[in-house]
Design a protein around this ligand. Structure first.
Ligand code: 3HC
Ligand code: NAI
Length: 679
């Protein structure tokens, strides 16, 4: 039984025990109804203490049931039974009270949070809204303003904040929390019983409040529907009676649960939980991780060092000379100073992290590191020299990793000793912020070394995805193609602003051209130059002309856009218009106006095709892995589920047919065999 009832001292303790996170599966719901009956029927019981076994209070409805038809007893009825019980219930929340878990707590007369607990409504992150009173009872408890923030943001609050906004009655210490809750309950029973939330009303705010909230929520949602729907449900709940508000909320919940957005977000939810633990590494023990070396203290080296320090791993950085070492230290300190300035870290915490950090020129200090990550210039010979030196100073057990973006890891370590301890660990910039970590084994990488890469990701809170070796691995290979498509569109009659607006409209964090202006056009140009030197084609006729004209992006005051006071100016810069014309003369193309949908198609469908090709070649283990790469490394909208999930939602057969139409226009390559097989 996942719900037990034990009576002592006039209090029934109802304990939910449904590992791993006490989700409200069907038998838990049934058990709670039964517990209400048991407690009500027992004359010895004065009140109920509801708590959970294991690491957390209820983390929500059971996501695994979302693909099944709703099953009785329904959660709103369970919570109504708790709220209407003859004996009053107190919820004791430790760990997390999320979604349905929070709603269950709202059905109780009182709530206590154990220090350290997190409480909230993450439903919008799953493309749904609370479906058991979250949008109806919360405003009746906290007032509408706090409820809007909680439910539309999907972000949980701390126990302390929950007490501040009235979401819980008090916070208790983790030690002896049950005893503290029993004592608190005894005192509460001596006071008048609080009115059930279903019997309370809400002070309805004015239209200006809703207009401001709507604008805020729409902006943050980047095209996702659920946050706006949550706001609509709150707004309805503020004006309607309890029963009507509950019916409205439930109808919205059930409708959204069946939506593409919810399916996409569930796909991401499951993919994110599967990726850190690939089945191939089951039973393989990673090598120890206690101290990390980082070679190079530039953009990436500094970010990687901070990511490691934040994961609790002391770092020894090695640079090429004293001056560069001083710059490396400065780069690491700058990241921490900015974190402190943003209020995200205390001075003391910064000092503690920096005390674990050293930087110098000597490789000898790396002898006792378990892992060394190289982040020096993207130059094969420079990298090979670094690894030759590392192979001298590090024992054979030390894992050695390269952060190369485009070079072949096999070539970097060719001929060096113990190739089984070598792999690629491809971080993304800024490495202390970005979650994605591509883990790139060579043909020689030992399983326990690969497992160490995944263990490092878990320790550092990164999203690891295994990638095979090819030009750009998974993420940059698709990025490169996306940029090719963006330039093809320019030749075919679209403007950079049209392309960027269409992609933002789809939900991308940024359009392809504004993103290049931010990172600098010279970086991609350098990579194209290197690719051409390797004998590969690299299509960027307009980008090449802009770089030749010194238009490198924001840092030179202009790239694809002109900038004034850091703001992109409207209109097509003359130099960009002229470069497009010049490129059209070189690469003749038929021009015509295109709708935002056509632009999105011309960029995304080839990306889906490339993703299929990448899976077909075994570079990615699954389409879900490609989706995680694009979401966590490249600003792909989470609510679209990644390119492969998006392709599945419109139908791979449709993707093939539309790609063939684009191909006929000279705007895309032919669909690959893998995509045809998916279709
Ligand atoms: N239902 C079913 N299983 C769940 C679950 C849920 N709501 N939440 C987590 N799990 C499972 C995970 O799939 C994972 O299973 P696995 O070990 O087999 O892979 C396991 O629990 C542990 O999860 P995590 O790896 O995520 O563990 P963490 O300790 O890192 O995080 C957590 C715990 C904060 C609870 C996190 O799992 C989480 O955020 N879960 C989602 C919570 C959520 O979205 N709740 C709302 C659901 S919708 C809802 O309640 C609708 C209602 O309004 C009607
Ligand atoms: P960077 O130019 O900012 O830093 C490189 C650092 O390496 C410099 O500080 C330099 O002094 C140091 N260095 C050079 N030779 C060295 C040697 N022999 N020994 C010790 N240190 C040496 O370059 P960045 O951007 O940090 O890139 C580093 C690596 O990371 C490259 O391989 C790059 O392709 C890769 N990368 C870069 C990303 C980015 O967005 N910048 C993203 C992911 C990977």
């Amino acid at each position: 039984m996942s719900v037990s009832v034990e009576v002592a001292g006039g209090i029934a303790q109802v304990v939910i025990d449904n590992p791993p996170v006490n989700a409200l599966s069907r038998d838990v719901r049934a058990g709670l109804i039964e517990a209400v009956r048991t407690a009500d029927a027992d004359p010895a019981v004065r009140a109920v203490l509801l708590r959970c076994a294991g690491r957390t209070f209820v983390a929500g409805a059971d996501v695994k049931e979302f693909d099944l038809p709703p099953m009785e007893p329904h959660l709103p009825d369970v919570i109504a039974a708790v709220e209407g019980a003859g004996k009053p219930w107190l919820a004791l929340i430790h760990g997390n009270a999320l979604g349905g878990g929070m709603e269950l707590a709202l059905g109780c007369r009182w709530r206590l949070a154990v220090a350290g607990a997190k409480l909230g409504f993450p439903e919008v992150n799953l493309g749904i809204i609370p479906g058991a009173g979250g949008t109806v009872r919360t405003p009746r408890l906290t007032g509408i303003e706090a409820a809007v923030e909680l439910v539309t943001s999907g972000k949980p609050v701390t126990a302390a904040r929950a007490a501040e906004i009235g979401l819980v009655d008090a916070v208790v210490d983790a030690e002896d929390a049950v005893a503290a809750a029993l004592a608190w309950l005894a005192a509460a029973l001596a006071r008048p019983l609080p009115v059930a939330l279903s019997a309370r009303s809400v002070e309805a705010p004015d239209a200006a409040f809703w207009a401001a909230a709507e604008a805020r929520v729409r902006k943050a949602a980047r095209g996702a529907a659920a946050p706006g729907e949550a706001l609509a449900s709150l707004r309805h709940a503020a004006g309607a009676g309890f029963a009507e508000a509950m019916a409205f909320e439930r109808e919205t919940f059930l409708r959204l649960r069946a939506s593409d957005e919810a399916a996409a977000l569930r796909h991401v939810f499951h993919a994110e939980r599967a990726a850190p633990r690939p089945a191939e590494l089951n039973g393989i023990t990673p090598r120890p991780l206690t101290r990390v070396g980082v070679i190079g203290g530039g953009t990436m080296g500094a970010g990687i060092a901070v990511a490691m320090l934040n994961a609790g791993l002391p770092v020894r950085m090695v640079e090429r000379d004293a001056e560069a070492a001083a710059r490396g230290l400065g780069n690491v300190e700058k990241i921490y100073r900015e974190t402190v300035a943003r209020g995200r870290m205390s001075e003391a915490a910064m000092a503690a992290r920096l005390a674990d950090f050293s930087v110098g020129e000597s490789y000898e200090v790396l002898g006792d590191c378990d892992l060394v990550i190289e982040g020096v210039f993207e130059d094969l010979e420079v990298k090979r020299a670094v690894f030759a030196r590392l192979a001298e100073v590090c024992g054979p057990e030390t894992v050695l990793a390269t952060n190369t973006s485009y070079l072949d890891p096999e070539a970097i370590y060719a001929g060096l000793p113990h190739p089984e301890r070598f792999l690629g660990l491809h971080f993304f910039s800024p490495a202390h912020v970005m979650k994605l970590l591509e883990i790139v084994p060579t043909g020689a990488t030992a399983p326990d070394v690969l497992a160490t890469g995944f263990a490092l990701a878990r320790l550092a809170g990164k999203m690891p995805v295994r990638a095979g070796i090819c030009d750009g691995f998974i993420g940059n290979r698709i990025l490169k193609l996306m940029r090719v498509q963006a330039e093809r569109l320019l030749l075919a009659g679209s403007t950079p602003a049209e392309v960027d607006a269409a992609m933002r409209g789809f939900g991308m964090a940024m359009g392809p051209f504004e993103a290049q202006d931010l990172s600098g056009l010279d970086i991609a140009a350098y990579q194209r130059q290197a690719a051409r030197a390797r004998g590969q084609e690299s299509f960027a006729p307009v980008g090449d002309l802009l770089v030749a004209a010194g238009r490198l992006g924001r840092k030179t005051g202009g790239g694809w856009y002109d900038y004034e006071d850091g703001k992109a100016q409207p209109g097509l810069p003359l130099a960009v218009g002229a470069s497009i014309e010049a490129a059209r003369a070189q690469v003749p193309a038929k021009t015509r106006a295109r709708s935002a949908e056509e632009i999105v198609d011309a960029i995304l469908l080839p990306m889906i095709n490339e993703a299929a090709q990448i899976v077909g070649e075994g570079i990615a283990s699954s389409g879900a892995d490609v989706d995680l790469v694009k979401i966590h490394g490249y600003g792909f909208p989470r609510h679209r589920g990644g390119p492969v999930c998006y392709g599945r939602s419109i139908g791979f057969a449709t993707v093939v047919a539309r790609l063939e139409a684009l191909q006929a226009e000279g705007l895309a390559e032919a669909p690959c065999a893998e995509l045809r097989a998916w279709a």
